[in-house]
Design a protein around this ligand. Structure first.
Ligand code: COA
Length: 251
């Protein structure tokens, strides 16, 4: 049987890469890609050559060599994926930032995307004429999730986290977290504190849900969220503008 999970693949960063055909993205679709950020030394130079001067300068400012390499791989990978939707070479895509920092394609306004990276893995969501937001977190059993939930999250979310199996508390905490992040990243604001006015609700088998916003400009808004089926140890969620959209995992 096919594995229904989204796998983190390896993007080949080398000059000899064959051009791949353009990717079609219908307006209902939200494509999600996952990839690994630890790349071979031999690929690093080519990956870096795909970046803008700003992206390269930003990576050069990082003190950790591992973080520098991963940032290069994340942005080069993002550009390579977007190039298939835009039919333009990765290094020629102009990516700008909106006022609160959300990146967008200057010359392809209907192709919307969002990137998340965490501990050597990245996810990219791509939508057609609808804003998207995506977030990825690694499960870290050493983290005091109840303490964090009490400090930052709503009473409803704390109850959700404390419900069910003890062993899956970390997953539930991260579900509450990534759902919010994905909502705020789709909005383009990034995470906006305080978070304790909002809460999540899961539906059906728990792969879908929504975030109900309880404060600020979006008070009362309900944002549908899809949780991603990832490799064990990873929790991710994607959000898109509107209600009529469908996630498909890409490789
Ligand atoms: C920016 C923010 C969303 C990043 O979240 P994170 O969990 O630390 O990191 P993720 O890996 O999930 O996402 C990072 C990516 O989101 C994208 N991003 C940055 N700002 C964004 C925003 N306002 N909205 C949506 N996406 C954003 C970028 O592609 C970024 O990748 P990069 O750092 O390699 O350029 C989070 O730090 C935040 O909410 N900050 C509050 C807003 C803020 O401080 N903005 C700063 C600019 S004014």
């Amino acid at each position: 049987m096919d594995d229904p999970r989204l796998r983190f693949g390896r993007i080949q960063f080398n000059k000899e890469r064959k051009p791949t055909p353009p990717i079609r993205l219908d307006s209902i679709d939200v494509h999600v890609w996952g990839f690994i950020l630890d790349i071979e030394e031999s690929e690093l130079i080519h990956a870096s050559s795909l970046l803008s001067d700003d992206e390269r300068a930003r990576s050069d400012r990082l003190l950790s060599e591992q973080h520098r390499r991963r940032l290069i791989a994340a942005h080069a990978g993002l550009r390579m994926l977007l190039s298939h939707y835009c039919r333009q070479s990765p290094q020629h895509l102009v990516i700008q930032k909106a006022s609160a920092g959300k990146p967008f394609l200057r010359d392809f306004s209907s192709i919307r995307f969002n990137l998340t990276h965490s501990h050597g893995r990245a996810l990219v969501a791509v939508g057609n004429d609808r804003e998207v937001g995506i977030d990825l977190e690694k499960v870290r059993p050493e983290v005091d999730v109840l303490g964090l939930a009490k400090r930052f999250l709503s009473g409803q979310d704390q109850a959700f986290i404390e419900s069910g199996e003890l062993e899956s508390r970390h997953e539930r905490f991260l579900q509450a977290w990534v759902a919010r992040e994905a909502v705020f990243k789709a909005e383009g604001t990034g995470i906006t504190f305080p978070l304790h006015h909002d809460h999540i609700e899961l539906r059906g088998d728990g792969t879908e849900g929504c975030v109900i916003l309880g404060a600020g400009m979006l008070k009362g808004a309900v944002r549908p969220v899809r949780f991603l089926a990832l490799e064990p140890g990873w929790i991710g969620a994607v959000v898109a503008e509107g209600t009529n959209w469908m996630v498909s995992y890409r490789e």
